[in-house]
Design a protein around this ligand. Structure first.
Ligand SMILES: NC(=O)c1ccc[n+]([C@@H]2O[C@H](COP(=O)([O-])OP(=O)(O)OC[C@H]3O[C@@H](n4cnc5c(N)ncnc54)[C@H](O)[C@@H]3O)[C@@H](O)[C@H]2O)c1
Ligand SMILES: [Zn+2]
Length: 368
């Protein structure tokens, strides 16, 4: 059932995000309603395919879509030009023409890769995002940022390509490994800190219910996050201004991910730690009080993140931060909290402060 429809207002590129629970049967009719071409390609990964691909294909075929699918191995490593190229070859060999659409069925990796494929295949074909992880449902499937990684940096090759709609079914979360729920909570908590004290309060009260995947708690949080991301996207589609606030926790987070070669920490886990470190920076700069810092750290610490600090090399993390593409003229830009629900972009943070903030963050995760 569709619980809520949230609209991303972008003129002729506007689109809805459907949030709900148990919605597979309505996907094909919704495709029809949105004028999706008959020829549809579903891109997914080998973890998601056995769980969700067959019912989706059956539903689309029942409504007379001509649909084929391609499953990639799972994982961030597949978000590459090499894999995009393999998909292009397969699509060309299969005779997929311009009058076709791509469905991204999977987490953020598939969403970003399939989105990149849709943005560039024969100069662009329609895209439908069917996110199956919490992170993808609250964040990556919304906003049109699509990309693959380059050996020299994450998301370095990409485009803006808005989907025709986003299909966010929380029932998919039931098969998700616990670690991926933790990862999604990284982005969820981020929304609370950067934009919405009410969401943050809700999480303080109901985090355990969200972790237990109680339907109403999850749908409420998902809906709120989708609304916030939709609103930011509407106001700053190409990330030239205020959408930068989404980068809270990410300046440090991206470096943490990369330092562990994307194996020690996944994206959302790295963002959880990045938010602690960046909150420490804000505290040291006098931008937030100890109280606010304690609330942020307190909520993040309740998320069952499995990480041991000795698995990452701190010097490497700091070195990697100088490659962050959000830096302008070599200066690192941080999005730092000023209270719960508000942030400010800050430049010129001393290296020594970055180091000490990382150290204090790592200290919280030295045992267990
Ligand atoms: N485009 C954006 O705006 C944006 C925003 C945030 C993150 N991202 C990107 O998103 C990616 C991370 O996405 P992610 O965390 O979803 O990772 P992911 O896509 O790798 O999915 C995590 C794991 O869960 C598996 N999986 C997915 N759905 C499942 C389900 N329902 N049941 C069981 N297993 C399932 C996947 O196979 C994978 O092993 C990163 O590449 C990041 O850069 C993009
Ligand atoms: Zn993120």
């Amino acid at each position: 059932m569709i619980h809520r429809q949230i609209d991303v207002a972008l003129g002729e590129r506007s689109y809805p995000i459907y949030v709900g629970s148990g919605m597979t049967a309505s996907l094909a009719p919704t495709c029809r309603q949105h004028g999706i071409p008959d020829r549809v390609v579903v891109l997914t990964d080998k973890n998601v395919a056995p769980l969700y691909l067959a019912p989706l294909l059956k539903n689309l075929r029942h409504f007379e879509f001509d649909v084929t699918s391609f499953s990639l191995p799972p994982g961030e490593r597949q978000k590459s030009l090499q894999w995009a190229s393999k998909v292009f070859t397969w699509m060309l060999e299969a005779g997929v023409g311009r009058k076709s659409a791509v469905i991204a069925l999977g987490g953020g990796v598939i969403g970003d890769l399939a989105g990149f494929v849709a943005a560039t295949y024969q100069r662009g074909v329609p895209l439908i995002q069917v996110p199956t992880t919490l992170l993808a449902q609250v964040d990556s499937s919304i906003g049109g940022k699509v990309a693959v990684n380059h050996p020299l940096g994450k998301n370095m090759i990409g485009a803006f390509h808005q989907p025709k709609f986003v299909w966010s079914d929380m029932e998919c979360l039931r098969t998700l490994p616990a670690r991926e729920i933790v990862s999604g909570l990284g982005e969820v908590i981020k929304y609370g800190v950067i934009l919405d004290a009410g969401l943050f309060d809700d999480l303080e009260t109901n985090l355990d219910r969200v972790l237990a995947l109680e339907v109403d708690a999850v749908l409420r949080v998902q809906t709120r996050c989708a609304e916030l991301k939709a609103d930011l996207t509407s106001r700053d589609e190409k990330e030239s201004g205020m959408r930068i606030v989404l980068n809270y926790g990410h300046t440090v987070g991206h470096a943490l991910e990369a330092a562990g070669n994307y194996r020690v920490l996944n994206h959302g886990e790295a963002v959880l730690l990045g938010m602690i470190a960046e909150s420490s920076i804000a505290l040291a700069l006098g931008m937030i009080s100890q109280d606010v810092h304690d609330r942020i750290v307190g909520l993040i610490r309740r998320v069952p993140l499995r990480f041991r600090a000795n698995t990452l090399d701190l010097t490497k993390v700091i070195k990697l931060m100088s490659h962050d593409k959000k830096s302008i003229g070599g200066k690192k830009r941080f999005v730092l909290p000023t209270r719960v629900g508000d942030v400010q972009v800050t430049e010129g943070v001393e290296r020594s402060l970055i180091r000490s903030s990382l150290l204090s963050t790592f200290k919280l995760y030295t045992s267990g």
